[in-house]
Design a protein around this ligand. Sequence first.
Ligand code: F6P
Length: 437
Amino acid sequence: MKPEDFEVKELGRATTKSPLCEESRYNSMFSFVTDKDRILYDTSLIKFEKSRKSGETPISFEKAGPRESMYFQPSKTKIGIVTCGGLCPGLNNVIRSIVMTAHYRYGVKNVTGFQYGYEGLNPDFDHPVIELTPSVVNDINHIGGTILGSSRGNQDVSLMVDTLEMMNINIIFCIGGDGTLRGAHAIHEEITKRGRKIAVAGIPKTIDNDINLIDKSFGFETAFTMANDVISNAHNEAIGAYNGIALVKLMGRDSGFIAAHAALANQEVNYVLVPEMSFTLDGPDGFIEVLRKRLENRHHALVVVAEGAGQDFFTGEAMEKDPSGNTKLKDIGLYLRDTISAKYKEDKFPFSLRYIDPSYYIRSSPANANDSKFCSLLAQNAVHAVMAGKTDFVVGYWNNEFTLLPIPAAVAKRKKIDINGELWWNVLEATGQPNMQ
Ligand code: F6P
């Protein structure tokens, strides 16, 4: 990582006084943010002293927040919003807050919603646009999903930018995860190639919480809270039968954050299996024997498996891709259910296995209170940044501060659980699960 990788691009000089300057609360209570306000990547004093001694500039992120001057003139500005990828709690909260902040704080009255993800920007699909006014978005924060609809996959970048130009869009908000942000960056590059001044902002949406250099994406907290409810009921199933096993499969394609956090919230889970760890099924240290010992001692067990765990059991099988380019996963939940059941039956070991897959249930609900708050603040900070002319960035959250992160840095790699780190240590403490290699 180099400090220059964290410089957010600007469309030009912000020379117009922000209407926020007229709001007295900003003068007395709150200072405007400047480009010099930065948030340290690593807050440890030892690391800070080290870079001070060596003269190196420590890595830091631009702080998000309202700026004193604007690049765009509100009355001449047109905003576009697109929601992409899988559903996620909080999408409508973000849409609502963008519209409300743009309208009431900055006086930007022209906001257009593109339907069904990047398809909405591709004229070939001809999805009608939705004009987003405060009255249209007023109550949408109480509804799960997205009023704009969504889709997976990229569209022809040139056609998408043609649409932005044709509709005189000055600012486009792309709400989505890794794939959406890559798409947003490609849109930015095409805009730059054409010499146009259109701001591109990303808002980090994914229940998987796997975006690099962002502590949490919106929707994640609601998703693991929903998962926690499922796990609690699954626990009742497990203890309700002799040698009862409740096996819960949760989303989490490459990163097991939902499984880990739901297990930590719940504290009843005995085994958490995530994509970041490898485990074996057979042999004395394998999962099947470890589970059998637990059943012999305690007569019930609660197992949570993230959908991306144990994919190495399917090596050699044909792998397909989804429209976002993600490898379509093999069903580890069903595989575990069938393999464990077959082995215990063969051994005449008494057990009762309940398999629960809440699937899309955990991501289609409305956002909980904390996520709702988080969504609003992400959206507000995104509006502040674009109005100041920032582009090709995603609003981040790091060390309890809202940040602006260049999109290339956010998509450089996927955030995963560090199997030697504190989170996983906490999971091992909570579950007591052994190494199952
Ligand atoms: O990317 C978020 C996610 O919820 C993953 O955990 C999951 O693999 C995926 O979406 C499933 O979504 P879909 O069926 O819409 O592709």
